[in-house]
Design a protein around this ligand. Structure first.
Ligand code: GLA
Length: 391
């Protein structure tokens, strides 16, 4: 599999650093830690807990020399913590999460999780494939959302560290049995999380099936680049490389129209504060309770930059690259102060936002949308890179 790396920036390493490579911590003396001997990336594993069903869950921590750290648990492939530097080089956690497996199992709005088999909604929880109708679980009013009651966010993935010289990466696999959630075919899915030396995370998804099916995988991290989750994300400045977006009905199902963003609150072609238009009188904003829509990205199939997000106060900036045709920008409208933050307090309205790279919602029922079908012998493949910097 082709792997992408961005140029290595100057190492910030000092002698005597504790190294974590492979599956266990390993201390080295100051003499041993000549810069050229140290890996650019290290990955460590630790036990995280057990699900209510008794399955063991591990946490893997990916680190690079600059100081970025990403905690991933095997339950849901969830990114529970992700640090990024501000303009003064100060690292802070920029992704919403919980501090216990119990809380993730009890109630999570997909914080940090891998989403499958189908990211986003399928109208009426049903679709037809080759003349046969399939009935999915309806877990969002009358509709199917994010794979159903027990989507890929709620299963325990098998994890391994793939050693590749100085650049190990995390490999997660899950085999979804035929019929799970109502979907046809046994779906074998692999997701890799690769931290790069220059503060990017590459997420690569592949899947194969033994029967024709539909697939749309994504990552559901909630970002708040301020690192202060008591604050809403309305001051974040967003740009999206999209001339069109998909208007929705009251159930957040696309109407089928591809609407121009020009002259609407949905125009993020130039960087704009999220709060600038979010309260504008607009039917689509009312239906979404804010932004909760899919933007149509140009030049599908090639990895290109599609979004940029900056928190002006800290300078933290996130650039998103993907080969997907769409991106769901969700402004955290359903966060309502009922979920606990690890640092005390609760997650308030719009205290995080999602930028989910994906195929369009309800594609199985919308012939004008890019196909999400996967047949035996084919390999589903998709990639997204989250590149951090500071301004
Ligand atoms: C997605 C949807 C939102 C909401 C969140 C989870 O991003 O687009 O409408 O359901 O997941 O709360």
């Amino acid at each position: 599999m082709k792997r992408l790396y961005f140029p290595l920036l100057a190492g910030l390493l000092t002698a005597g650093t504790v190294l974590f490579g492979g599956c266990g911590p390993e201390k080295q003396s100051a003499q041993d830690t000549a810069a050229e001997a140290l890996p650019d990336i290290s990955i460590s594993r630790s036990p995280y807990g057990r699900t209510q069903a008794g399955e063991a869950v591990d946490m893997y921590t990916l680190r690079n020399r600059q100081g970025m750290e990403i905690d991933v648990i095997t339950y849901g492939g969830i990114i529970t913590r992700w640090t990024a530097p501000d303009r003064d080089g100060r690292y802070a956690n920029i992704t919403l999460g919980f501090d216990s497996l119990v809380q993730y199992e009890r109630s999570s709005p997909y914080f940090g999780a891998l989403i499958g088999r189908y990211g986003n909604r399928i109208a009426g929880g049903s679709f037809a494939l080759d003349g046969k109708t399939y009935t999915l679980e309806t877990n969002n009013g009358p509709n199917h959302l994010h794979g159903g009651e027990r989507g890929f966010d709620k299963v325990v993935w098998t994890a391994r560290i793939q050693e590749e010289g100085m650049h190990p990466y995390l490999v997660l696999t899950y085999t979804s049995p035929d019929g799970e959630g109502g979907y046809p075919g046994t779906l074998s899915t692999t997701v890799t999380y690769t931290l790069t030396p220059d503060n990017a995370l590459e997420v690569v998804y592949t899947a194969t099936t033994d029967q024709k099916t539909v697939v749309n995988l994504t990552q559901h991290a909630y970002f708040n680049l301020s690192g202060d989750f008591s604050q809403p994300i309305l001051d974040h400045v967003l740009s999206l490389a999209a001339d069109q977006y998909l208007p929705v009905d009251a159930g957040l199902i696309p109407t089928g129209e591809w609407a121009p963003v020009a002259g609407t609150p949905f125009d993020f072609r130039q960087p704009k504060a999220i709060g600038q238009d979010i309260e504008a009188q607009d039917t689509q904003l009312s239906l979404g309770r804010g932004y909760d829509h899919c933007w149509v990205l140009g030049q599908a199939d090639s990895l290109r930059q599609v979004a940029s997000l900056t928190h002006p106060g800290s300078g933290r900036t996130l650039a998103i690259f993907t080969d997907e045709p769409g991106i769901q920008f969700y402004s955290g409208n359903f966060l309502d102060g009922s979920l606990p933050r690890p640092d005390g307090g609760t997650y308030g309205h719009r205290s995080g936002l999602c930028l989910e790279t994906q195929h369009f919602p309800d594609s199985p029922n919308q012939p004008s949308f890019p196909s999400v079908e996967l047949a035996p012998g084919e390999t589903y493949s998709s990639r997204t890179t989250f590149q951090f910097s500071a301004q």
